[in-house]
Unconditional design. Structure first.
Length: 278
């Protein structure tokens, strides 16, 4: 009942803002801009996302079979039910503890093979954590949005632990009620079982650390040279034994600034929204 009451308050507030002319209702969407083309673009994006999701489901089934993958979810624009002709299928990967870099190596090999046959965009793998690094350190509305919009695909237990470790997102999205109980677990076939058996020793620990150090040196060189990706955005990656993720300094701050500016159009007292971006 409380959830229904809160949703009713949100709906009433939106309607009030529409009546005031502060925001606009475009079909079933709300916008700060009175541009009907935005609603048209969103509907087309929703339809295309439904098609792309079929590819994502197939890709997830393949990823779930690789060594040390314990949980995975669809992230990025597809997790927001939107796609265009440039959309990649982004995945959020949770690996076994202290085996992130071995798992990442197998996953990156799969991506390169897929890229060779023109299917690379189905396997965009740029955010990894392991079971010892489930708590996300960047606790702001951008990261909270990314977490609550994840579409979990495999690993009920692991994804459940991940969501519990990041219960702080309820400060931003109190109505969000994650449900992962019905997820299938990842699929340990003969290949995966063999690899995990061989590397369950101290040898596996040494290999994992070695792979991390190689990757760290390579990315430090790229960041020092200020290399950019095909979209002109400076590339950067944070590397640790328990995570591998894009450097948030290259994009999060910019998006949070845009968010703050848009929110300031709705409220005069900026102190009311500063906590959302800290």
């Amino acid at each position: 009942m409380q959830r229904e009451i809160q949703q009713a308050i949100i709906d009433q507030t939106l309607e009030m803002l529409v009546e005031e002319g502060t925001i606009y209702k475009l079909l079933s969407f709300y916008s700060l801009r009175n541009d009907p083309l935005l609603a048209d673009r969103r509907m087309k994006g929703n339809l295309l996302a439904n098609k792309e999701m079929k590819h994502a489901v197939k890709a997830a089934a393949i990823l779930a079979r690789l060594p040390y993958v314990k949980g995975l979810a669809i992230s990025g624009s597809l997790s927001k039910n939107f796609a265009d002709e440039y959309t990649d299928v982004d995945f959020f990967i949770v690996t076994a503890a202290d085996r992130l870099w071995i798992a990442r190596s197998f996953l990156q090999l799969l991506y390169k093979l897929a890229h060779m046959v023109g299917k690379g965009r189905w396997f965009c793998l740029n955010y990894y954590i392991d079971e010892k690094g489930l708590a996300i350190s960047e606790r702001n509305i951008f990261t909270a949005m990314e977490i609550v919009t994840l579409v979990p695909m495999y690993g009920a237990e692991t994804m459940g632990h991940f969501l519990s470790a990041n219960g702080w997102v309820s400060n931003f999205f109190p109505l969000h009620k994650p449900a992962v109980d019905q997820l299938k677990e990842t699929r340990p076939g003969i290949f995966r079982k063999s690899i995990e058996c061989v590397l369950s020793t101290k040898l596996g620990d040494r290999i994992d650390v070695w792979l991390m150090k190689i990757t760290k040196r390579r990315w430090q060189k790229k960041m020092k040279e200020q290399q950019v990706n095909e979209k002109g955005i400076r590339i950067g990656m944070l590397v640790d034994r328990h995570f591998s993720k894009p450097d948030p300094a290259n994009f999060q701050h910019k998006i949070l600034d845009q968010y703050f500016n848009k929110m300031s159009q709705l409220v005069q007292n900026k102190e009311r929204i500063i906590p959302l971006i800290n």
